[in-house]
Design a protein around this ligand. Structure first.
Ligand code: NDP
Length: 257
């Protein structure tokens, strides 16, 4: 049997920037990439202590981390973050646009502010960070853009018109970017989680949690590791022929609805 394909760990020696990696899914992706030998930029906006704890955990795994505070909706802060990474490691090879918020309410009651903030954190940030990252990736002729959307982008959800629209926008952005940079050896894909046990899901009312569970064919909420495993694969060398795709990690939820 040939040992072809058994080489260095998938993303060894690469630099990854994971937005919103102080907790939840972003944290799990940061740790999973670090386990594969990737250096990681841990980004946060409010929770510095949690972000530092993630960086310490990455170093305990034998990889390297820097912590950068930046509001990813803000052009100047995004530019400063990428400049810092460039000064430190000279590259960003893998960008995971993970930072996200929900501001749920029925559309008729939705405030302008809840609409604008959700679009800004979930969609504008993806534009700003992708633009900054591509400038570095194009030079090195290698890159992975991984955008975290949601099952809700495909099927919609009561009380989440702003969130669903922002995540559907992320999908359309990703497909366009994938076409623009495919010839440069850069892929752009969407990872679309279903309901994953993080702070967002923990805060749902108990009755609603039961109703959601009944609609997940595999019969459980997802874990952050379920999402991180998929993101790590998409970030790897082996995924070089996958681009412009929406990859669901939702326990069959989208097909079950
Ligand atoms: P959490 O609420 O647990 O974490 C959100 C992260 O985003 C934190 O690290 C937070 O930083 C960061 N963040 C928020 N606003 C900004 C900002 N303006 N600038 C920089 N960072 C920011 O979220 P989840 O882990 O649950 O979700 C992560 C992603 O996955 C989101 O895009 C979400 O929409 C998506 N998703 C989640 C699902 C779920 O079931 N949990 C399902 C489908 C998709 P800080 O700690 O400093 O506040």
């Amino acid at each position: 049997m040939s040992d072809e394909g058994v080489g260095p760990l998938p993303s060894e020696g690469r630099v990854a920037l994971v937005t919103g990696s102080s907790r939840g899914i972003g944290r799990a992706i940061a740790l999973r990439l670090a386990k594969a030998g990737t250096k990681v930029v841990v980004n946060y906006v409010r929770r510095e202590e949690e972000a530092r704890a993630v960086a310490n955990a990455i170093e305990a795994l034998g990889s390297k981390a820097i912590v950068v505070k930046a509001d990813v909706t803000n052009t100047q802060e995004v530019q400063a973050m990428f400049q810092k990474v460039q000064d430190t490691w000279g590259a960003v090879d893998i960008l995971v646009n993970n930072a996200g918020i929900i501001k749920d309410s029925l559309l008729v009651r939705m405030s302008d502010r809840d609409w604008d903030e959700t679009i800004a954190v979930n969609l504008r940030s993806t534009f700003l960070c992708t633009r900054a990252a591509l400038r570095l990736m194009v030079r090195r002729r290698w890159g992975r853009i991984i955008n975290i959307a949601s099952v809700v982008a495909m099927v919609g959800n009561v009380g989440q018109a702003n969130y669903a629209a922002s995540k559907a926008g992320v999908i359309a952005l990703t497909r366009s970017v994938a076409k623009e940079v495919a010839s440069r050896n850069i892929t752009a894909n969407v990872v679309a989680p279903g309901y994953i046990t993080t702070d967002i899901v923990e805060e749902l009312p108990a009755g609603l949690k039961e109703r959601i569970l009944a609609r997940i064919p595999v019969g459980r909420f997802g874990t952050v590791e379920d999402v991180a495993a998929l993101a790590a694969f998409v970030a790897s060398e082996e995924a070089s022929y996958i681009t412009g795709q929406v990859l669901s990690v939702d326990g069959g939820m989208a097909i079950g609805w």
